[in-house]
Design a protein around this ligand. Structure first.
Ligand SMILES: C[S@@+](CC[C@H](N)C(=O)[O-])C[C@H]1O[C@@H](n2cnc3c(N)ncnc32)[C@H](O)[C@@H]1O
Length: 316
């Protein structure tokens, strides 16, 4: 069963991540710090913690360091071997229970307090974070009558209209790009504010369908030739401290098939839909951008929740 799953899943790159990418994940200081701080803020001695998609075992190890009873699950037998070897090289790591299983099928025999799951990809595309956690939440509640705490707690998805330079040393190549979220991007000009199109709270029932229908007002003159997708994860929400511990996935920049020339104040309607976990191409194919005629105010705005402090929307 696992073998069949592996064969079919191997074709879906997002699910089976080779060890050198795990190396990059371990070396991503912002990611590691956000998860380590979140686990330390939430996990208490004696807590029952389950990690879905444990990879090298690092997040399970952080939970075990907090005194939790930890189970770490992964569907990739190579990663289970790596986790076993790496955990044995870290003090106390050998006490973590490792399970080879598909997170889409697994349910523990007893309730758990905290579920850690980092199957996060820009736009919640490619990896199955939402599908896995929605199923787990539903079955856990059905079987045990309670919902565990999830790390991450919430994911915010936002989109921003941009002008992107696609000239690579004289070679024009408008293709999908990733950007480090905290690095200056001299080849990108923001033409409007980011707008949140989905707020995903993992403790609540969720739809896989992600969709947007917004109107952007241009800030500046430029060529709208791409959209930047922003994925902000509130890894832990510390309500009593009125703060969250956040981590952004890489920005995903998708080129538009037909660039649009903009002047300040021009309004552009943007529509798209896709399923969480789908390939990037599904979103790319669904992008619809339409310039609105001057003075057209009879527009229907849907789901336009401006949660970013700097966000400004056409109807605000
Ligand atoms: C992005 S990595 C994160 C690894 C580790 N949690 C970390 O933060 O360093 C996602 C992991 O989930 C595993 N995975 C993906 N789909 C899975 C599934 N359906 N069931 C169990 N594990 C899965 C992959 O093999 C991979 O190790």
């Amino acid at each position: 069963m696992i073998q069949n799953m592996q064969n079919s899943r191997r074709e879906q790159l997002g699910q089976f991540i080779p060890i050198h990418y795990h190396g990059q994940m371990l070396a991503n200081a912002e990611r590691m710090q956000a998860f380590k701080n979140s686990i330390q803020a939430v996990v208490r001695p004696g807590c029952k913690v389950l990690e879905l998609g444990g990879g090298t075992g690092v997040l399970s190890f952080f939970a075990a360091e907090c005194g939790a009873e930890v189970t770490c699950l992964d569907a990739n037998p190579e990663m289970i071997q790596w986790a076993r070897s790496l955990l044995s090289q870290n003090p106390g790591g050998q006490h973590i229970r490792l399970i080879l299983a598909d997170a889409m099928e697994y349910m523990p025999e007893a309730p758990v307090d905290v579920v850690i799951c980092e199957m996060l990809h820009s736009g919640l595309l490619r990896e199955q974070q939402l599908r896995v956690l929605d199923r787990f939440r539903h079955l856990h509640a059905q079987r045990f009558g309670c919902v565990p705490r999830f790390l991450p707690d919430t994911t915010l998805l936002a989109v921003q209209p941009i002008q992107q330079n696609y000239n690579f040393f004289g070679y024009h190549a408008p293709i999908p790009l990733f950007q480090h979220p905290t690095t200056e991007q001299p080849d990108t000009v923001g033409l409007g504010d980011p707008v949140v199109y989905s707020v995903i709270e993992y403790q609540e029932p969720q739809s896989l369908l992600q969709k947007a229908d917004f109107v952007f007002e241009s800030h500046a003159a430029g060529t709208l030739n791409a959209l930047r997708f922003i994925t902000k994860n509130l890894v832990a929400i510390l309500a009593t401290e009125h703060r969250s511990i956040d981590w952004h996935c890489q920005y995903l920049v998708l080129p538009l098939a037909e660039p649009v020339q903009l002047q300040p104040g021009d309004r552009i309607r943007l529509r798209f839909h896709y399923l969480a976990g789908a390939e990037i191409e599904q979103l790319q194919r669904a992008l619809l951008v339409q310039r609105l005629p001057q003075g057209d105010i009879n527009l229907l705005f849907q789901g336009n929740v401006a949660l970013f402090p700097s966000a400004r929307t056409a109807h605000a």
